[in-house]
Design a protein. Structure first.
Length: 488
């Protein structure tokens, strides 16, 4: 049993604390494992922290909880069941892991003091009640370097002194020391993409060059690695998983985002901040995020979702943006290839040499559907621009879209239909389809479902034929006050 008798406070002086930290660091480095090191330093740690109990948690690589790896001062720890706490405000350690902030609670029985830290924060009494302990004062700090690795929690009894800010600062110093030991024992990577270098998939120079090219917006890093070095998404995702110690989640076509969590959050906000709730409810929200170590975003997620507990997954920014595409409406038109087949069999290809600029002659039903579908699909994918470019020497033309700063091919247009598609765009933009040797500029307004879109159009003659660029401009509307996520 634990010694619950009152004792004289004997907090070490600053000099004694610094000397004690050096001795503990040396002892931890001697041991083969973190747990063995903590066991050998148990008494010294309790004395150094002037605490009755301490618990060291490590982050479990499932993205949702901490696991207690050592409980200092608890003589019955070996017989006790394994302790796991979720990322939530239902426990002190769980909240520290979720917020990645150090907290001091002078009296865990003071509901107002606890609620001032977080409205949902609770003291989990299972451990103390099972042992008949009256725990009063606590402080807890995250164990982290670039990423969260665990948490350290100190406890004193009702008859002991309360912890104060000095104890909290000393706990943070010890948390940093433990982070070094955790990192060494986990053999993790120092950066999100270092595992790719370790496997020999890219060189350190390649990684540095990709980093320089995305310095203004690091969210495009994965896209650059895929495009420039031919790496697939799952390989990059595995590197992120090993670094952040959070399971990787790829894009899943057809996955429906949970209305209860996403209904009042702007998709544009989620696209900018690169996170999205992918399933769950107010009891447990499963959140896909590009950077699980970003403390500010984790706090924003808590404020917006207000769930009881959280499970995190790491994902590529490109995949998060794909999850946030506008949902496809029911009764969507046929696929592009099917439309081209119908168009070709009906003999609807338009030859611009027949320079009769009657709108009806250029608006063959198949081509109208193709252009309409092209614009709707580009808008659904969040594109800002659409490029229609003719092919060279009898090759197919291409439709490319610019989405999230990257230009990629949406589809290829058979050579015999490329000029007709450009003619259709010129018709709806009120441009002269007979003029193909001079640049032209136009605009038009379109109705896509319940949304209005303005499109600016520019044509340009090239050596292979006329090309066109369309800029999609969605009409904005003011946000409702209740959607600004402001406190009362």
């Amino acid at each position: 049993m634990l010694d619950t008798e009152a004792r004289q406070s004997a907090r070490p002086s600053e000099g004694e604390f610094r000397e004690g930290i050096r001795e503990i660091y040396a002892q931890l480095k001697k041991e083969a494992s973190m747990q063995a090191g903590l066991q050998s330093c148990e008494d010294a740690l309790l004395k150094l922290l002037d605490a009755r109990l301490f618990t060291v948690y490590e982050r479990v690589a499932n993205g949702k909880e901490l696991r207690a790896v050592f409980r200092g001062g608890d003589a019955s720890r070996e017989e006790a069941a394994e302790i796991k706490v979720p990322f939530s405000a239902t426990s002190i350690a769980g909240y520290v892991a979720l917020s990645q902030e150090a907290i001091l609670v002078r009296d865990v029985n003071d509901t107002e003091e606890v609620a001032d830290i977080h409205p949902r924060l609770q003291f989990d009494r299972r451990f103390s009640d099972a042992r008949g302990l009256e725990i009063r004062s606590m402080c807890a700090v995250p164990i982290k370097d670039e990423i969260l690795l665990g948490a350290l929690q100190l406890m004193n009894f009702a008859q002991d002194r309360e912890f104060d800010e000095i104890d909290l600062k000393r706990s943070e110093v010890l948390g940093q020391l433990f982070a070094q030991q955790f990192r060494a024992s986990l053999a993790g990577s120092l950066g999100p993409y270092d595992h790719l270098v370790q496997r020999g998939l890219i060189s350190q120079e390649d990684l540095a060059e990709a980093s320089r090219s995305t310095e203004t917006d690091p969210s495009f890093m994965a896209g650059v690695l895929m495009e420039t070095h031919g790496l697939d998404a799952d390989t990059i995702g595995r590197s992120l998983e090993l670094h952040y110690r959070v399971p990787y989640m790829p894009f899943e076509e057809g996955l429906t985002l949970p209305d209860s969590l996403i209904a009042n959050i702007s998709r544009e906000y989620l696209r900018r901040n690169l996170w999205v709730p992918v399933s769950g409810d107010k009891q447990q929200a499963i959140v896909l995020i590009a950077d699980p170590s970003n403390q500010q975003k984790i706090m924003e997620i808590q404020g917006l979702l207000n769930a009881r507990s959280y499970v995190f997954r790491v994902g590529l920014p490109e995949h998060i943006r794909m999850f946030l595409r506008e949902p496809r409406k029911n009764g969507s038109p046929a696929g592009f290839q099917e439309l081209f087949t119908v168009l070709g069999s009906a003999g609807n290809a338009v030859k611009l040499e027949q320079a009769v600029v009657d709108e009806s002659e250029n608006d063959a039903p198949g081509m109208v559907q193709i252009v309409n579908r092209m614009i709707a699909e580009a808008d659904r994918l969040g594109a800002s621009d659409i490029h229609i470019e003719p092919g060279r020497d009898g090759m197919a033309g291409a439709v490319r879209i610019r989405a999230d700063g990257l230009c990629r091919t949406l589809l290829e247009i058979p050579e015999e239909h490329c000029a007709a598609a450009i003619a259709r765009v010129k018709v709806i933009s009120r441009l002269n389809i007979a003029e193909r040797r001079l640049p032209q500029d136009g605009k038009c307004k379109l109705q896509l479902g319940d949304r209005k879109i303005e499109m600016r159009v520019a044509t340009l003659p090239t050596v292979h034929g006329e090309s066109v660029v369309m800029r999609l401009l969605t009409s904005g509307s003011p946000m409702e006050l209740e959607n600004l996520n402001l406190s009362a």
